[in-house]
Ligand binder design. Structure first.
Ligand SMILES: [Mn+2]
Length: 232
């Protein structure tokens, strides 16, 4: 029986984080005391369907402030920021009166571009990352190669069409857009799971941890980690 009271979920306050704060020199990443240049990007994209702005710092502290108009996506991306130790501000406005597809996909596009831009020529990064993350009964594996070549292997079968009002199929579209635009080989494999919220959240957390590893600076590598000599 539906509860028809006027209950309103409390609005969870995202940590206050301004796009302008992103891009300051990264003092913590310095080994010898000299601040290293921030690996960050601010990317905007406007179409007749959506308007998306992303500010990203790869060497952040896990602070996320995400407002896309799709609350479930906000929840996933704030989790992504936290577990990837990225600082991430996302503001999106989309044609949600049609459905959430354009907004979810376009946020993936702009986030991917922000990673591409923040990584620059990809020199000095670890390039590969992998993570296996559980959430109760759900277990998801993510392996990435941030090589400049995009590829998506998406094996995350979800029986339920929706979690709340969010269409579970949109996760596939989001991951495709992200991997295409970041220039990233992205393999997602669901080991098992029943609850779609758990499955998707485990996927985003595993994505975060794998991308944190892959984007991390590799102190032993002075140039681009490829025998080909380029990652672009
Ligand atoms: Mn959750």
């Amino acid at each position: 029986m539906a509860n028809k009271s006027n209950f309103k979920a409390p609005r969870l306050k995202a940590p206050r984080l301004k796009a302008a704060a992103i891009g300051k020199p990264d003092a913590r990443a310095s080994a010898d005391g000299a601040p290293m240049p921030a690996r960050s990007a601010v990317v905007e994209r406007k179409t007749r369907e959506t308007e998306v702005k992303v500010a990203l710092n790869l060497d952040g502290g896990g602070r996320g402030a995400v407002e896309t108009g799709v609350p479930f996506l906000d929840h996933m991306l704030e989790s992504f920021a936290r577990h990837g130790f990225f600082d991430l501000v996302i503001q999106a406005r989309g044609d949600l009166h049609i459905d959430e597809h354009h907004t979810v996909e376009d946020v993936g596009i702009v986030l991917g571009r922000a990673f591409r831009q923040a990584l620059g020529d990809r020199s000095g990064i670890r390039r590969f990352g992998e993570a296996m993350v559980p959430l109760d009964e759900a277990l998801c594996s993510v392996v990435v190669d941030i090589s400049g070549r995009s590829y998506l292997a998406y094996n995350v079968p979800i029986a339920q069409e929706r979690v709340g009002t969010f269409q579970t199929e949109l996760v596939h579209d989001f991951m495709k857009a992200l991997s295409d635009e970041a220039g990233m080989n992205l393999h997602l494999n669901l080991v098992g799971g029943r609850n779609p919220h758990h499955v998707i959240e485990a996927a985003f957390k595993a994505l975060a941890r794998a991308m944190d590893q892959a984007t991390a600076r590799e102190p032993r590598s002075s140039g681009v980690l490829s025998t080909k000599g380029t990652l672009s």
